[in-house]
Ligand binder design. Structure first.
Ligand SMILES: C[S@@+](CC[C@H](N)C(=O)[O-])C[C@H]1O[C@@H](n2cnc3c(N)ncnc32)[C@H](O)[C@@H]1O
Length: 215
């Protein structure tokens, strides 16, 4: 019988507390580990001049330096601690206008079709209900909008899969991420078009997932 590990990822308050607690250490630990593909992701996103970009779960703002100077980025996160760090990066490292706010990816305060481009890095394996978050993503995207996600996906490699199975309960309990979702399946369910999945880390566990919202 497979007993599911108790996870902190079912309660948004737990997630918020975890990231609030880790926020000042996040860059130290995760900047090198999660750096794979961040610049490439924004290269694939290719936001056009004057466009409005939404970054979901902006975290400490590690992606902000990669946006060109002629776009407007709206970034939100659930954790105030992470947003405090992002504010600093928006001031010191970004080249474009950046507006930061606190919000839950599962319940967005934006109107329908508000964004031309959407990006989310290492977020959808953290939110308690990714189906809800993806539904919201599709709602606030303009018809035909381009979306890029950077995410951990369960490995097809047996050895790496075994290591993931061993480490997964630990990370899940901490509220850092879960591998229980079928992200590509969810995207297909909402009608993602031109879906492409590109492995980005040397272990091929992190992926850049790009697609267009139906026009
Ligand atoms: C692994 S971090 C990734 C942060 C950043 N995108 C990066 O690439 O470094 C996951 C982020 O998702 C945020 N998050 C988790 N659940 C969220 C939710 N429901 N709504 C918004 N942000 C959320 C966390 O606070 C955290 O900043």
């Amino acid at each position: 019988m497979h007993v599911k590990p108790e996870s902190a990822l079912t309660d948004p308050q737990n997630i918020q507390q975890t990231y609030d607690r880790f926020s000042s250490l996040y860059d130290l630990i995760f900047r090198p580990y999660l750096s794979w593909g961040r610049d490439r992701a924004i290269e694939i996103l290719a936001p056009t001049r004057g466009s409005r970009v939404l970054e979901i779960g902006v975290g400490t703002g590690l992606s902000l330096e990669y946006y060109p100077d002629n776009v407007e980025v709206v970034g939100f996160d659930f954790s105030f601690g992470m947003l405090r760090e992002a504010k600093q990066k928006a001031l010191e490292e970004s080249h474009c206008r950046v507006d930061l706010m606190q919000m839950d990816a599962q319940n967005l305060a934006f109107s329908d079709g508000a964004f031309d481009f959407i990006m989310a890095a290492y977020v959808l394996t953290v939110v308690p209900d990714p189906d809800k978050a993806i539904r919201e993503l599709f709602r606030v995207a303009k018809p035909g909008a381009r979306v890029v996600l950077v995410n951990y996906l369960r490995s097809g490699n047996k050895l790496i899969g075994l290591i993931e199975d061993i480490l997964h309960p630990f990370f899940s309990r901490l509220g850092l991420f879960t591998l229980d979702h079928n992200l590509p399946g969810l995207l297909k369910k909402y009608g993602a078009e031109k879906l492409r999945i590109e492995p980005t880390s040397f272990l091929k566990t992190h992926h850049i997932i790009s697609f267009n919202v139906p026009a």
